[in-house]
Design a protein around this ligand. Structure first.
Ligand code: ADP
Ligand code: MG
Length: 231
């Protein structure tokens, strides 16, 4: 059995529907979807040590099965530049989480390499009751929420299909070198979408998957946040 099936079986055994971010990212890694380096810290001192190993700037994130939207809970701190800031940030995040939900179970705090700013895109999947596993692609923020400029395809899809999902967006010019900015790596994005398609076909118990955001760069793309919900 591969790592992905093991993680999913373990969550089912524990009666958890939402995978933890480190679990979702381990699955991404097994499916060739690259993420920034991370380690799970259990106390402030350990967080500072991991930050020294990973290198600055650092991002900290709460890991809790009871907190799905981490920034809403004050559970994300970005651009921490020293070990002292990371240690203090650890304490702050735990405090914020407890204020948000007093009885939240806290697994620890994720210490992550900070991703440079790129164009933020979203890759997703949902299990449609009628069509089955369906993959989604769009640009981040207002493009998804306000303009609904997203494309869906029923899985499985090929990389060529994935490229069409990207190039057929209304906002595609923003990815393709709008006003002199460098074009994003469309091939890297299409690879992520095709790998998500493979993942949700291999694992039919995945009900929802959200890579939000994925940072798109002129060369490559990195998944900054990953959420997987099981049936
Ligand atoms: P959530 O969606 O649960 O609130 P995210 O993990 O998406 O939490 O973090 C919120 C925001 O923080 C992201 O949209 C992104 O802008 C920023 N962010 C998170 N992790 C990183 C990272 N490793 N590098 C750079 N920015 C990050
Ligand atoms: Mg997110």
């Amino acid at each position: 059995m591969n790592q992905t099936s093991k993680i999913i079986n373990q969550a089912k055994k524990e009666g958890r529907k939402a995978l933890l971010e480190p679990e979702a990212k381990a699955i991404c890694t097994e499916y060739g979807i690259s993420t920034n380096k991370f380690k799970l810290a259990k106390n402030a001192k350990e967080a500072a040590k991991f930050a020294d190993e990973i290198g600055y700037p650092i991002v900290l994130k709460i890991v809790s099965p009871d907190i799905i939207h981490k920034s809403d809970a004050g559970g994300v701190l970005v651009n921490l530049k020293t070990a002292e800031d990371v240690a203090a940030g650890y304490t702050k995040i735990i405090e914020n989480a407890k204020n948000y939900k007093a009885d939240a179970e806290i697994v620890g705090v994720l210490v992550l390499e900070m991703a440079p700013q790129g164009t933020e895109v979203i890759v997703g999947a949902v299990k449609d009751p009628q069509f089955g596993q369906t993959v989604m692609f769009g640009l981040g923020g207002i493009f998804v929420e306000l303009l609904k400029d997203v494309n869906f395809r029923v899985a499985p899809i090929t990389k060529a299909d994935a490229k069409e999902m990207i190039t057929q967006l209304k906002a595609f010019p923003l990815l393709n070198g709008y006003r002199g900015s460098k074009p994003a790596d469309i091939d890297a994005l299409a690879t992520i979408i095709a790998n998500v398609s493979k993942l949700v076909m291999d694992e039919p118990s995945i009900k929802e998957l959200d890579l939000n955001p994925v940072m798109a760069y002129p060369k490559g793309a990195k998944t900054v946040d990953a959420r997987i919900i099981l049936e």
